[in-house]
Ligand binder design. Structure first.
Ligand code: Q9C
Ligand code: ZN
Length: 342
């Protein structure tokens, strides 16, 4: 399997986040992608290739134009106020206390285009986001050209980014952009299967009213876990998308057996939907020692997940999402891929 990787992710570095009432170094950091890349090499998964360049026309079909225009302007506007460090929102438009009118000030705009304080900007953020988007689209293009499977080693991740909201370390929804690309390239139906620990709220929102892109999500139950406000089992899609959204929430402490049982349910729903291609939002924050998560998967469990996905027999694009136990992240993520190939 080919891996698509860009070193430009490394410009998105030194960010901080809010954690238990304190400002701490962001858990989502450059080493993550480097360790995964090194593991790809170590196990000989296949060639590691640079992305091609794409314009934002596909992204503009899943994201709001004003939002996409804001992302590259966020850091320059912040710096123009004489500020350094990390650009982070502190005020958000909630129902009843907002109008649908973008402010002009950077602090207002950061909140207007975000659902939490977790997607922060430094000088190199937009370049890294742009490269991550290209990494995803290059994988999708290779799939459209006939590859059976490709690994898009995206960083920053994307599945929390909604049509006009950043959050949870995510800016552009790489998996959604890839799925939308595949839809436009001959596949009548495409599925996004999200196995990150956290519910892919952005991906769900983007495709919720669409019947051509199925979204299947395995994640920690939002009753107790981030992102809290979406990801329940009764969210099934709306309008033309009715029945095309499947949430499989799992309790804290979930180990590999119930995880595989839920995965089997998800895979059966995918087979019923009959997509021409599959995009997997691959998060390995389901790992037992992940510092911000509470599932119990272990390193030897990951190949079995890849093997189960492979049994669908679909052209498959893996798009990297979360995973914050930094040293084991390579073995865990690449374990899914080697399991897929066996
Ligand atoms: N401050 C992804 O896995 N909550 N995003 C952090 C500690 C946000 C996860 C709690 C987790 C976001 C792509
Ligand atoms: Zn996650």
């Amino acid at each position: 399997m080919r891996t698509i990787y860009s070193p430009r992710h490394a410009g998105h570095a030194g960010n901080v986040e809010l954690n238990s009432g304190a400002i701490v170094p962001a858990f989502e950091l450059p080493r993550r992608a480097e360790i995964i890349r090194d593991r790809v090499r170590e196990v000989g998964l296949g060639p590691i290739e640079a992305p091609r360049e794409f314009d934002l026309s596909v992204a503009a079909r899943v994201h709001d134009r004003g939002y996409l225009d804001f992302l590259p302007r966020a850091w320059p506007m912040w710096a123009a106020e004489g500020r350094g460090g990390t650009a982070m929102p502190f005020v958000f438009p909630v129902p009843g206390l907002r109008r649908d009118r973008p402010p002009e000030d950077i602090d207002g705009l950061l909140g207007f285009y975000a659902f939490d304080a977790g997607a922060t900007f430094v000088e190199g953020t937009w370049d890294a986001v742009r490269a991550s988007h290209d990494v995803a689209l290059t994988g999708a293009a290779l799939l459209a050209e006939g590859e059976r499977a490709v690994f898009s080693l995206c960083r920053p991740p994307g599945h929390h980014a909604g049509s006009r909201f950043a959050g949870g370390y995510c800016f552009v929804n790489n998996a959604a952009v890839a799925a939308e690309y595949l839809r436009g390239r001959g596949h009548e139906r495409v599925t996004v299967l999200d196995i990150d620990y956290h519910h892919g709220n952005g991906t769900q929102e983007i495709f919720y009213a669409r019947g051509d892109v199925q979204v299947v999500n395995l994640h920690a139950d939002p009753v107790r876990e981030y992102p809290y406000f979406l990801g329940h089992a009764d969210e099934r899609g709306t309008g033309a998308g009715e029945g095309a959204n499947l949430n499989l929430p799992l309790p804290w402490g979930t180990g590999i057996e119930p995880f595989m049982a839920a995965l089997a349910t998800g895979l059966a729903a995918i087979a019923d939907f009959g997509p021409g291609a599959l995009v997997v939002s691959l998060g390995v924050d389901t790992y037992r020692e992940d510092p911000i998560s509470r599932f119990q998967l272990d390193t030897p469990d990951y190949p079995g997940i890849g093997a189960a996905v492979a049994a669908l027999g679909l052209p498959t694009l893996f798009v990297m999402e979360g995973g914050y136990a930094v040293e084991p992240i390579g073995a865990n993520a690449v374990g899914v891929l080697t399991g897929f190939e066996e």
